[in-house]
Design a protein around this ligand. Structure first.
Ligand SMILES: [Zn+2]
Length: 336
């Protein structure tokens, strides 16, 4: 989980973690090329082939690891409004952090990364944003489990694989979650509304095996299938304080009927936001500052994010139509 690491390359730049993306929901991973943000994504609509590193750890054999990772990928592949596919290519001796042209998933011992359970790295074509290679490593310094119902004291491979395979697809982090600081440092997750929230539940929890509405909207926005744009709508508007746009405000759309929540950010100088992939219907809109997590795990440039305002509800309900955008709402927030 946690933001991933940078990795150098000869011909292309490698980046990870949630960078600011164009005006869209959740966050799509982006690469800043000559001042322009390019979304990261796999180029062809053929299944992405991945390999499993042949290294086991205490409690998890190589075949068990492969199956749990496969179920993590399956969660995304099953999204009806997205067109993504994966294909298991076999077991390999290579390690996930090697740059070898193959997408390798496996364990690596990184005691130095004491808060990182797992991480996804990329090799990308900086002209197009196309992903050339992506590896996922699971930190074997932690204790892991593939038990169907989870196992106390051990992190669930499938849950973490589901989060990392979201990154693997080009998704950044979602801010739909509540945390509190731990006395020993770091944060403890109290509630999460997205698998792509950057902080994991405590060991033993298996909630993140299941995608939420926010995750589904995110992956569908990057890899829309034929019916996605026709069957979903976009909430759009601006967030301002003293009539000036706010960058990095978290916007949450709450569907009155289903209770589903989908979040996005305002991502430019005028405070504009657009959250795509919403079910048509009536929404409550809440604007909140990004103060419940490490800003760096969402934005490449944390200093650009303005969190000096009070959480605010838009005073009216907003209708999101099928296949189109809502009226542009203007939300004025007050300084803290
Ligand atoms: Zn993550």
């Amino acid at each position: 989980m946690s933001a991933s690491r940078f990795r150098g390359a000869l011909m292309t730049v490698v980046l990870v973690s949630a960078l600011q993306a164009p005006a869209h929901a959740y966050l799509k991973l982006g690469s800043d090329v000559n001042g322009r943000t390019i979304s990261l994504l796999w180029p062809a609509r053929t299944p992405v082939r991945y390999f499993i590193s042949d290294q086991s750890v205490d409690g998890v054999s190589v075949p068990q690891f492969r199956e749990a990772v496969g179920r993590g990928f399956d969660a995304w592949q099953a999204v009806e409004t997205a067109s993504v596919g994966f294909e298991f290519g076999g077991f390999v001796g290579g390690r996930p952090l090697d740059q070898d042209g193959a997408n390798v998933i496996g364990f690596a011992s990184r005691p130095d990364l004491e808060r990182t359970l797992a991480s996804t790295s990329f090799l990308i074509d900086t002209r197009t944003g196309e992903i050339l290679e992506s590896d996922i490593f699971f930190n074997s310094t932690f204790r892991w489990s593939v038990a169907p119902g989870g196992e106390a004291g051990r992190f669930d491979v499938q849950s973490i694989a589901t989060h990392e395979s979201g990154h693997f697809l080009g998704l950044g982090h979602s801010l739909l979650g509540e945390t509190e600081p731990r006395p020993t440092g770091g944060r403890r997750l109290l509630a999460s509304g997205a698998v792509m929230f950057p902080i994991a539940f405590t060991a033993g929890n298996i909630v993140d095996r299941d995608l939420t509405a926010d995750d589904i909207a995110g992956v569908s926005d990057i890899y829309p299938d034929g019916k996605f744009r026709r069957t979903t709508g976009t909430l759009q508007g601006t967030v301002t304080r003293n009539a000036k746009g706010i960058f990095g405000a978290h916007v949450v759309a709450f569907n009155l009927r289903s209770g589903d929540m989908v979040g996005g950010f305002s991502l430019d100088d005028i405070g504009a936001f657009a959250i795509a992939g919403l079910a048509a219907g009536t929404y409550i809109v809440r604007i909140e500052p990004l103060d419940d997590g490490d800003v760096e795990s969402f934005f490449e440039n944390p200093s650009a994010v303005d969190a000096d305002f009070k959480a605010t509800y838009y005073q009216r309900l907003v209708t999101v139509p099928e296949g189109g955008g809502s009226v542009r709402i203007a939300v004025e927030v007050a300084a803290k």
